[in-house]
Ligand binder design. Structure first.
Ligand code: NAP
Length: 247
């Protein structure tokens, strides 16, 4: 029976993990919550690069890796593809579809932090929704700006910033109330795709606000890519079903 290693750290990965068997393993980097109600095993922490992951695949007799990490977790995805090639193990990946701009949207795509800061120069109240990276730059905020940073971590407020520790999903009504209260004039985001954090795009459109969007990293080629959890689980059921029926 093929033993599966699922690389996770996202809500979609957790949905897949709930369908795994006791012989399978769900792997997390260790930054967020660790579920304790899964049938499969759960391991936490890095493998030590692609070589470490290739060694793990061999020693744990893994036959299939499923990369369901976040679209911006480029390092672990590259490691997974490389380690699978080296170990001769199949690699599947969940690659969530990117959000697409709609009529009336004003999206400004940037490639890195310096471009992002330059794109914000004419704004006063940016709303950062791209994780913890802004926390390392709170002492660089220009005197005319006030930053609101929403991420998983808590952090003390400063004279020119407020950090909101919060975990999605976020509702349309909740985002509407937050935008109205905080008077954001620009939203800073990754193009994460999916429904859990999409409401901010709708509210930015309603309020005519521009979005500064960090470009998605390129992802390594894998054996099979799936755009949805349902599609991946169908393929997985077919794969494990064929095994148990001996086909
Ligand atoms: P990353 O830059 O691609 O990975 C950094 C290192 O963390 C990897 O080289 C690996 O260490 C370890 N790692 C990452 N995911 C792992 C996993 N599922 N199991 C075991 N080790 C893992 O990743 P990141 O952007 O820091 O994100 C870290 C985790 O948070 C990911 O699992 C991702 O799914 C989740 N996440 C990320 C974002 C985001 O915006 N980047 C958003 C939501 C959730 P070794 O090299 O030592 O193996």
């Amino acid at each position: 029976m093929t033993r599966i290693l699922l690389l996770g750290g996202t809500g979609d990965a957790l949905k897949i993990a709930r369908q795994l068997r006791p012989i399978d393993v769900y792997s997390l980097a260790g930054l967020g919550q660790v579920p304790d109600d899964l049938a499969c095993a759960v391991r936490v922490g890095g493998f030590g690069g692609s070589e470490g992951l290739a060694r793990y695949l061999a020693s744990e007799r893994i036959g299939l890796v499923i990369d369901a990490t976040h679209p911006y977790a480029a390092q672990i995805s590259a490691n997974a593809a490389r380690a699978c090639r080296a170990a001769g193990v199949s690699c599947w990946a969940l690659r969530r579809r990117a959000w697409q701009p709609q009529a009336g949207d004003d999206w400004r795509t940037v490639s890195d932090w310096n471009e992002l800061i330059a794109a914000l120069a004419s704004f006063r109240r940016p709303f950062f929704t791209l994780g913890r990276e802004p926390l390392a730059h709170l002492d660089e905020i220009p005197p005319y700006q006030f930053w609101t940073v929403r991420c998983l971590e808590s952090h003390p407020d400063t004279a020119r910033s407020r950090v909101m520790a919060a975990r999605g999903p976020f509702t349309l009504d909740g985002e509407r109330a937050l935008f109205a209260l905080q008077r954001f004039d620009v939203v800073v985001t990754k193009n994460s795709g999916g429904a859990a954090t999409e409401a901010k795009l709708d509210v930015a459109r309603e309020r005519g606000l521009p979005l500064v969007m960090l470009r998605r990293p390129a992802m390594a080629e894998v054996d099979h890519e799936f755009a949805t959890v349902a599609g991946l689980l169908d393929a997985l059921r077919a794969h494990t079903g064929n095994e148990s029926s001996g086909r």
